[in-house]
Write a protein that binds this ligand. Sequence first.
Ligand SMILES: NC(=O)c1ccc[n+]([C@@H]2O[C@H](COP(=O)([O-])OP(=O)(O)OC[C@H]3O[C@@H](n4cnc5c(N)ncnc54)[C@H](O)[C@@H]3O)[C@@H](O)[C@H]2O)c1
Length: 362
Amino acid sequence: MPARFHNPVATVFGSGSLDQLPALCPGKVALVTFPEARGLGLVDRVQALLGERLVHVIDDVQPNPDVAWLRGEHERFWAESADCDSVFALGGGSAIDTAKALIVGTASGRFDELLELLAAGRPFAPARCKRLVAAPTTAGTGSEVTPWATIWDAQQQKKYSLHLDCTWPAAAIVDPELMLSVPAGVTVSTGLDALSHALESIWNHNANPLSDTFAISAIEDILDCLPRLHNDLRNRELRSRMALAALKAGMAFSNTKTALAHSISYEMTLRHGLPHGIACSFTLPLVLGLAWGRDAARDQTLRKVFGHDLEKAQARLRNFLHSLGVKTEFGDYGVTPAEAEAMIDFAMQGARGRNFIGSRAA
Ligand SMILES: NC(=O)c1ccc[n+]([C@@H]2O[C@H](COP(=O)([O-])OP(=O)(O)OC[C@H]3O[C@@H](n4cnc5c(N)ncnc54)[C@H](O)[C@@H]3O)[C@@H](O)[C@H]2O)c1
């Protein structure tokens, strides 16, 4: 079958690329950003770049956007800022995913109308939508080059996945300078999220040589850079290489979606409170074992990265995670072997789990 690759996001990459914002973000703009952005001088910088075109600022985005908080923000945004043309998301995946939820307006103006559409799980045309521009301040989620947003409902122990044509960002600005202030723990968890995107795009029914090209390159960079960056957080060259690696991993899974490790991660985040990047990476050695030997073409790609010996490949991944302080067994997180088995079985049946080449549900 011919390989296809499609990604409509106009992407600029490199130190200082935030200066491109005025050209990429037309009309009146609403800024959606994380709480530390003001103290870091980022809100002032955006204000200076956009001048009077910046008409609305939401700067209290919390990690993992939850319906309990989003409901009020969404309804206020559409009541007060319906006249803005673009939304500029400046932050980690939480700010970018929040912005993706905000730009999708409902006919009634009620946020719950959007949730009902997402819960129904059928494609829908949004009543209204804004143009989105995204600048990641973490090197992890790749959300700047994907159409997906994860919306959490911690109270109901659920998550929703939003995905529409209009939730592809129109443009992504990947400026590694914005990542220099990311603390050590977030640097590790976001970097591992990117590693997980790249690997999940390989052991995936939707993979092809084009997505593999991005994935292999991202994995090589992350395995080499992340431990060094962890010990040298202000290193501009390493920040830049990790920013590019996360972008490449995002490009890879923008065409394949994620797979089993992510499907398992949702339970680990909702039930055990693990940060997203740790939840979707601690199982990577295990999932590599479940993927190995399932599909000759996928094995070939995995061998390009890890060589021909599965045990050595798993040991390499495990040692890499341990060197970053990440434990790799379910038991380390208080999950019994029986619970882990049930969680893996359940995850195999999920939408992302079914993308996995070793899925028992496929
Ligand atoms: N849409 C997608 O394709 C996709 C993919 C993976 C993850 N996600 C979602 O992304 C979210 C996680 O995003 P994340 O891992 O980037 O973390 P995050 O956005 O939650 O940020 C983590 C923490 O770092 C802070 N922070 C962010 N940038 C900073 C900076 N430059 N300096 C100092 N502090 C900074 C934030 O305020 C926050 O406290 C989750 O909700 C997850 O579900 C989405």
